[in-house]
Design a protein around this ligand. Structure first.
Ligand SMILES: [Ca+2]
Length: 410
């Protein structure tokens, strides 16, 4: 009898423990559900924050587009500058049909090729104008018309710290430009025709050099890359950190802008003089945000004079980046205020740069430098090379440089 009672008692005890375990498990499950719910709430609130931020940015972009439209109108209503010869319209060669290279894949330019894009433009023009200041100055830091005098020879040395990027405002940029170009102490004084000549003269260090192309009545400061194999490269464009605004007008693209030891555009006039003193090749080096480096080389590269709006002439492609420039061959340069592209609107307006736009671009190396690669924008305006990472990916580093290539046929 006793043993039966004990057995029943043990059974009961076991039952109680099992039920307690179940209750414990239930409580744990409840906790988990509560945790998950709170996590979801956090995520929802973060998502709302992000949505809010995105709306704010989108409204900023819209405002900027309105400002651009306003500036465009102002530029169009302004009489043409006196010193610019009014070129006779030349008969344009018919656009290659099909284009020289493979047809452009539609996904890369969905908006620009959209026939209703005019609607977008007129829509923008109807937006309220803004009163934000925008520089229209034509600061010409890299050239001088007095070749007999090395610029800055008698000017005071500016401590290097004044060259550092102090801010992203245009005012700061302008001050920085004039500061930077006073720094001539380290620049070899006798001008070379290009960086290769400097290299052959024993200047094997990369850096700022003073260059004077043959037949050109101008001196220019350039960055010579003497390390990139085999050295002797004259850098004409560089993007590395987004510190310089490349959405500039014609005159600024003509003269050049930026910082010789950072981001810069050498200037169409300078590039014209450099590339017309011999046969030059163009090397474009590109780096994405995962550190992948590729290149595109063109066996010849030169620009037509300003009377032909610095029309692009590039030769045979070679490289591992893909060819995103041949489609622009034979195209004139277009900026915000000078539309020479093949598109009904102004490509520079949408792509936020200056380039040899066609209708519009396989490459947009003077576009907006976006951090991180994939960017979200109303237009395809990043620093891109479509055949490498597509038009919706803004590259991290881009350098365009030239070097004599005597064995080239144009
Ligand atoms: Ca156009």
């Amino acid at each position: 009898m006793n043993s039966r009672v004990t057995q029943l008692y043990m059974q009961l005890l076991h039952e109680i423990i099992r039920k307690r375990d179940n209750a414990l498990e239930l409580a744990q499950m409840e906790n988990k559900i509560l945790n998950q719910t709170s996590e979801m709430q956090q995520l929802t609130s973060r998502y709302k924050d992000l949505e809010h931020k995105y709306q704010h940015l989108a409204s900023l972009a819209t405002n900027q587009s309105a400002l651009i439209a306003l500036l465009e109108e102002q530029c169009q209503s302004r009489p043409p500058p006196r010193h610019v010869p009014v070129p006779q319209p030349r008969p344009q060669p018919p656009p290659p049909s099909p284009p020289l290279n493979k047809p452009y894949p539609p996904p890369a330019l969905p908006r620009i090729n959209n026939p209703i894009s005019n609607e977008i433009q007129s829509d923008q023009k109807s937006l309220p104008p803004l009163l934000l200041p925008m520089p229209t100055g034509t600061h010409s830091p890299s050239t001088t018309d007095k070749p007999s005098v090395a610029p800055g020879k008698n000017q005071s040395y500016v401590p290097p710290k004044q060259q550092t990027l102090s801010g992203r405002t245009e005012q700061g940029r302008a001050g920085q430009l004039s500061g930077l170009y006073l720094l001539n102490r380290d620049i070899p004084e006798s001008p070379f025709k290009d960086c290769l000549q400097a290299l052959e003269d024993g200047h094997t260090a990369s850096g700022m050099y003073l260059v004077k192309p043959e037949n050109a009545n101008r001196l220019m400061q350039v960055w010579c890359d003497q390390r990139h194999d085999p050295g002797g490269w004259t850098v004409i464009q560089r993007r590395v950190d987004g510190s310089v605004n490349f959405f500039r007008n014609w005159e600024t693209y003509k003269q050049g802008f930026g910082n010789i030891d950072g981001e810069y555009w050498l200037g169409l006039e300078n590039i014209y003089w450099l590339t017309n003193q011999g046969n030059y090749k163009l090397l474009v080096t590109l780096e994405d945000w995962s550190g992948r480096k590729v290149f595109a080389e063109y066996a010849s590269f030169r620009l037509e004079p300003e009377a032909d709006f610095y029309k692009l002439r590039v030769g045979r492609y070679h490289g591992n980046a893909g060819d995103s420039l041949t489609w622009h061959n034979g195209k004139q340069f277009t900026t915000l205020d000078r539309d020479h592209d093949a598109y009904t609107g102004n490509c520079a307006h949408y792509q936020k740069g200056g380039w040899w736009y066609n209708s519009c671009a396989h490459s947009n190396l003077n576009g907006v430098w976006y951090r991180g690669g994939h960017y979200r924008s109303r237009y395809q305006d990043g620093v891109y090379w479509a055949e490498f990472r597509g038009g919706a990916y803004s590259l991290k580093k881009v350098v365009m440089m030239i070097r004599p290539n005597p064995n080239t046929f144009h």
